[in-house]
Design a protein around this ligand. Structure first.
Ligand SMILES: [Zn+2]
Length: 380
């Protein structure tokens, strides 16, 4: 209260105080350009600043609805693990912190595992919510990643991890650190089943999460401007005693230095993922994802055409065997692409041969592959 408010007559004062009931989250300040953004406009633009293109953080629910077909998905229940086994307490009890985070976010844990389809292709998504204790990885999060990997293998689906995390959850001590090798072992299971594993690095991906499952994807996609790194900037500067570049630990910096394959704006994320998964699962074609052009029928094509060691698959082989061989060829193609990228050479794009049945190759699949190669090569 100041002298001016004291001068306001009581009636007018009550009117002014009623105005305070208006929710204070209608406007948000853009961290990029400091413009005020109205919540409805922000919702329409998928939490991307409509002035400068800055990607603000987005809730798991909104992200899943945005990515999966018709916004429909099924969520896995949060695994039942031992809560607070160390009886940890700092300024607050760990159990109280959990309760607070749950009431604040309406979520049971920092991760949500959902399965559904993207462009008709089966996918399992493990997405982090940064608002829940900084998206930190404890035993429940680690167990969720294991279950997501198991579900992907069971459903023959692609696995997509979307980290947004400060790292391991220190309140769980050693039990949180052990989730790092555990999540790696789970991802290995997906890779052995020859299924695609794609990581979408969002702001921020740091600490124990970036040091484990988040950096072993077949393809690494990042959102523009996302902070991605292990230790914080100040810690590194103090250790190496050097001033780091301005854009250090950003998605664009990592793209330039080969740690990330693509930086994709949020509005193009789904389309890009459908293309990539379609190629990797050999389902992208003129007939569409459900058009009978799947790997099990042995007439698909795409990624393996780029493989130097590609084996011609005989139509006489059993469907299961053919699928396995094709998946292996896909993996080889991907490895070759990554190797070429690391060695600094561009990836030669072979002209695609005709299908096994002699028909012309699908131009759409061809151009998609070229685009992916081009975008990936742009990171050299
Ligand atoms: Zn902005």
């Amino acid at each position: 209260m100041n002298w001016l408010t004291n001068l306001i007559p009581p009636r007018i004062r009550s009117f002014v105080s009623e105005q305070k009931d208006v929710p204070d989250n209608l406007w948000q300040k853009c961290p990029g350009c400091e413009s005020m953004l109205f919540h409805r406009d922000l919702e329409k633009s998928k939490n991307v600043c409509y002035y400068c293109g800055h990607h603000l953080r987005i809730s798991v629910k909104d992200r899943l609805e945005m990515m999966l077909d018709d916004g429909k998905y099924e969520e896995l229940p949060v695994p039942d693990v031992a809560h607070d086994p160390l009886k940890f307490k700092d300024r607050k009890r760990y159990t109280d912190r959990i309760k607070e985070a749950q009431s604040k976010t309406g979520l049971k844990e920092a991760i949500s595992v959902a399965h559904g389809t993207m462009g008709g292709l089966p996918v399992v998504i493990a997405a982090f919510n940064f608002k829940y204790m900084g998206g930190s990885m404890g035993a429940a999060v680690g167990e969720s990643i294991v279950r997501a990997a198991e579900l992907a293998v069971k459903n023959n689906a692609a696995l997509i991890a979307i980290p947004a995390s400060g790292g391991a959850r220190m309140q769980e001590g050693m039990l949180s650190l052990i989730q790092m090798p555990r999540s790696i072992a789970a991802i290995q299971m997906v890779k052995e089943a020859m299924l695609p594993y794609i990581v979408i690095l969002t702001d921020p991906t740091t600490g124990g999460v970036s040091a484990s499952f988040a950096m072993v994807g077949d393809i690494h996609i990042a959102e523009p401007g996302a902070t991605i790194g292990f230790a914080g900037r100040r810690v590194i500067e103090e250790t190496v005693r050097e001033t780091l570049p301005e854009d250090f630990q950003t998605a664009e910096y990592l793209l330039e230095h080969g740690m990330v394959d693509m930086v994709v704006p949020r509005k193009e994320m789904k389309k890009t993922l459908v293309n990539i998964i379609g190629i990797l699962m050999q389902k992208s074609g003129c007939n569409g994802p459900n058009g009978g052009n799947d790997g099990s029928k042995g007439n698909s094509k795409g990624k393996n055409n780029n493989a130097p060691n590609e084996k011609k698959v005989s139509a006489k082989k059993s469907p299961a065997r053919r699928t396995k061989i094709k998946a292996k060829a896909s993996q080889q193609a991907l490895d070759a692409q990554k190797t070429a990228k690391i060695s600094g050479s561009t990836i030669p794009h072979k002209k695609q041969p005709s299908n096994e049945d002699g028909s012309a190759k699908c131009c759409d699949s061809d151009s998609t592959l070229q685009n992916i190669t081009k975008v990936a090569a742009a990171g050299l």
